[in-house]
Design a protein around this ligand. Structure first.
Ligand code: PXG
Length: 460
């Protein structure tokens, strides 16, 4: 037996620290604090680390493993496709069955005005594609000055230059000269954080009307599009009040600007519908997708192109000078096809809507009773908890106490993946969770909040 096989964890941690630059990580600090947890296998809704700990995956990987781990059909779909045709491109008048079948199925599943798909390898590339499509659209219509895209603060649209520019993460902008020209940001519909004493309904309208103000500030003749996640995910599961999206839709319609729904997290059942837009009454012109389309088993993303844009860019626009080596990768498309067929066959989206989400929403709401929780909100199968020092004033713990990361670390050490965004804890479990898993999630979360409260008290 090799030395590594005998005692792999320490060896792996050392090599990881020396060679692997992790995404969104202070690599030096991680090494100094004992290194990364090494996940070696997973099954169903549980992941296992190299030291044998079993951990409930409350985040479905990174919002993506909708069908849970160990689905043999997905492995078989990838294997079959890799044996048959592991790679070919669709650039130079070629195509292949998985991309044809997947684009056809996506057109069937998406809202009625969507009939075309552009494939990418990720959600970031999907949003870069949207920028290219939006600008091409207005250019072809003879209005090239209409190039400003309005997005929101604290939105997450990816890590490429385009994605990070559309996103409203100030830490990302600070590390580059971002956003790229022609992207503006308005404030987000975060009621708990920004709503003060306003009712959610009033606040939703007020935040939506910021779009109208921004359009007038920039000049309606210069604004091309608005982009938003139906529910902001990485920003902390910001669920807009029900008044928000209808008002955004009204404004987009009135000014004739394109509406892009970034559904990288919210599509394919996450909110109990095939698309989160349906849940919020959004009628988008373009939809970005990734993650759940392939259940995270292989990387795949894309842009669903609505008829309004397709009519101009595809039917009458000539060559669209844009594409990736892995656009429509055959194995990724085969896995995505099988993912969508499993969702259909096992009626998982309907089950989430009728049973799993209502049960999760009910149980999650109980966490609002915890002494350090200022709000427990959820929609579909995403949820957030606001950790506060004082429930009535919503005052936070001192920043230096790092309440969120403290809670996250306590959770993972007690068998639960729950992510921290500042002092907001978030979950997004696999869509296939059973009631018993939801019970386990809520019970572990409560216990970990107790431990967090005690630890904060000791540290204060
Ligand atoms: N749009 C949205 C709404 C996303 O959530 C992307 C685009 C980019 O997708 P890719 O495939 O390029 O990563 C995302 C990705 C987090 C976290 O910490 C969330 C994402 C990615 C990484 C971390 O919650 N979302």
């Amino acid at each position: 037996m090799s030395k590594t096989a005998m005692n792999p964890t320490q060896e792996w941690k050392r090599s990881d620290h020396q060679h692997y630059m992790h995404p969104f990580t202070d690599t030096r600090e991680l090494g100094e604090k004992g290194g990364a947890r090494i996940i070696t296998r997973a099954d169903g809704v549980y992941i296992y680390d190299s030291e044998g700990h079993k951990i409930l995956d409350g985040m479905a990987g990174l919002w993506c493993v909708s069908l849970g781990y160990g689905r043999q059909e997905l492995v078989d779909a990838a294997t079959r496709q890799m044996q048959e045709l592991p790679y070919y491109n669709s650039f130079f008048q070629c195509t292949h069955p998985p991309a044809i079948e997947l684009s056809t199925l996506l057109s069937e599943l998406s809202p009625g005005n969507f009939n075309h798909v552009f494939f990418t390898g990720s959600g970031s590339e999907a949003n870069d594609t949207q920028i290219r499509l939006i600008r091409r659209y207005w250019d072809l219509l003879g209005q090239p000055q209409k190039m400003t895209i309005i997005a929101r603060k604290n939105a997450y649209h990816g890590s490429t230059l385009g994605g990070a520019s559309l996103g409203g993460m100030s830490a990302m902008h600070e590390q580059m000269v971002l956003p790229v020209p022609g992207i503006e940001h308005i404030e987000q519909p975060y009621h708990f954080g920004l709503g003060g004493d306003m009712s959610p309904a009033e606040f939703g309208l007020q935040q939506a009307r910021l779009l109208e103000e921004k359009i007038n500030e920039v000049g309606a003749d210069k604004v091309a599009a608005f982009i938003g996640e139906p529910v902001q995910g990485a920003g902390g599961v910001i669920i807009p009040p029900d008044t928000y999206w209808p008002e955004i839709q009204r404004i987009c319609d009135e000014y004739g600007i394109l509406l892009v729904a970034d559904e990288v997290i919210t599509a394919f059942g996450r909110l109990g519908e095939w698309f989160g837009s349906t849940r919020f009454g959004i009628r988008p012109d373009l939809i970005s997708f990734a993650k759940g389309v392939s259940s995270g088993y292989l990387p795949l993303g894309g842009s669903l192109v609505g008829d309004r844009v397709a009519e101009v860019v595809i039917a009458n626009g000539g060559e669209f000078a844009h594409g990736y080596t892995y656009s429509g990768h055959p194995a990724a498309c085969a896995v995505a096809l099988e993912t969508l067929r499993i969702l259909q066959r096992e009626k998982i989206v309907e089950r989430v809507k009728q049973h799993t989400a209502p049960y999760f929403n009910r149980r999650w709401a109980e966490l609002a009773e915890h002494p350090v929780i200022g709000e427990a909100r959820s929609v579909g199968l995403v949820g957030a908890l606001e950790i506060v020092q004082d429930k009535s004033s919503r005052a936070r713990f001192h920043k230096d106490l790092g309440a969120g990361t403290r809670c996250r670390d306590i959770c993972v050490n007690n068998g639960l993946v729950m992510r921290a965004v500042g002092d907001t804890m978030i979950v997004s479990p696999p869509l296939i969770v059973e009631d018993a898993h939801i019970d386990e999630l809520v019970e572990k979360a409560w216990k970990c909040l107790d431990l967090t409260a005690a630890s904060l008290e000791a540290a204060a």
